[in-house]
Design a binder for this molecule. Structure first.
Ligand SMILES: [Zn+2]
Length: 168
């Protein structure tokens, strides 16, 4: 069975549900069908074209999504560039600017991408002690369209026109 893209009332993609759930939402008057796929549900009493995109009638309010702190997202934020020497590489480590044993936290403003050589050179020292200034102060990245909706791209061609353009 296929999957159904669920749009918020403002057309922003919210999540994906299974076709049965989508049909229930439509039956309850909570959503409208924007796209159908070729499939049909048959029961003794009715035939239902299976939706591929539905839109909720009410706006679902969500807290501002935050980007999870993972190695992958740290490297992506730093554009795969060592924040100490500036080399661009896929061979990166996550460095704590203020080392953890000095009370440095594992948070966006204290983690940077570092190549193996720089990570080794810096060791357990602070940037001042190691005389290794940062190229850029680390920051918490915004949840971009790629982060929010990238997982839905390329899943179903019916969905594409409802997804924001992802140009990163
Ligand atoms: Zn480096």
């Amino acid at each position: 069975m296929g999957a159904v893209l669920v749009l918020n009332q403002n057309y922003e993609p919210l999540n994906v549900c299974n076709p049965r759930r989508a049909v229930v939402l439509v039956d309850l008057g909570k959503a409208e069908v924007l796209e159908v796929d070729g499939l049909v549900f048959r029961s003794p009493s009715r035939e239902i074209r299976v939706p591929s995109v539905i839109r909720l009638h009410r706006l679902v309010k969500r807290p501002r999504p935050r980007v999870r702190l993972t190695r992958r997202e740290v490297f992506f934020r730093d554009r795969y560039t060592c924040q100490y020497c500036g080399v661009t590489t896929r061979e990166l480590t996550v460095d704590h600017v203020v080392p953890r044993h000095r009370g440095g936290v594992h948070a966006w403003h204290n983690v940077v991408s570092a190549c193996h050589a720089c990570n080794h050179r810096k060791g357990g020292r602070s940037t001042e002690e190691a005389r290794m200034p940062l190229h850029r102060e680390p920051f918490e990245p915004r949840a971009t369209p790629r982060y929010l909706f990238g997982q839905y791209v390329g899943v179903n061609s019916d969905w594409d026109k409802f997804l924001p353009v992802i140009d990163e």
